[in-house]
Design a protein around this ligand. Sequence first.
Ligand code: BEZ
Length: 253
Amino acid sequence: MAELSRQTWQARRYAATAAFVPAGGAAVLALLAPQQGERILDLGCGDGALTKEIAAAGASVVAVDAAPDMVAAARAGGLDARVMPGQSLAFEREFDAVFSNAALHWMRPPETVLQGVRRALKPGGRFVAEMGGHNNIAAIMVAVAAVLGRRGLNAPALSPWYFPSALAYRAKLEAAGFAVTEISLFGRPTVLDSGIDAWLDNFAEDFFAPLAAAERAAARTEIVDLLRPVLVDETGTWIADYVRLRFRAVAPK
Ligand code: BEZ
């Protein structure tokens, strides 16, 4: 059973305030190394910013995302984009590669996603992805947990995210039949040009949804006040404590 987030994805807001997400995907795109004529699935494509780059390499790309507004934006950009959650991929031995940037941590349970990816790949096809990994946004998680805890709410139970260690995710990839050719976990401090409020708007709705409307602004202020001394540098820039899990795995022949 898919565990779905309550996040409302707004493509216009995302394009204006979250361009750092596709920009951060350059290295995993290089690891994908898309080739002319390949058929590639972009899983969790968002507004298609990276899908376009894969297509520009000469690949034929199908892009899927669970969020209709993001898919509409991708389609408006001329892409073959479809509304399809990662937990119910409807492809059979079709793709040379499956690619994903900053999206898999929204898709639970991971086992269901991995089975769908494996089914979607041709024998010997590759799965190349980057996602939030163990300890990702730890400061944000602790601040949210403290503030929601004061209101009797359990933030970890409300979290829509899955941030695995390399050890844990390697085991899941192997259990799904993949051979892992590389996997690494590394910190990547991420500049939030639009600040933490835009980040919370874009991504953290699951934590605020259970609060009465009148409580939301106060909780938000408390979270931001806790985070400011930790995440704002001396120039006044918000820098989030991102940790990435990047991997390449190959389906059996
Ligand atoms: C991430 O890319 O690590 C991320 C983005 C939004 C929410 C949580 C994590």
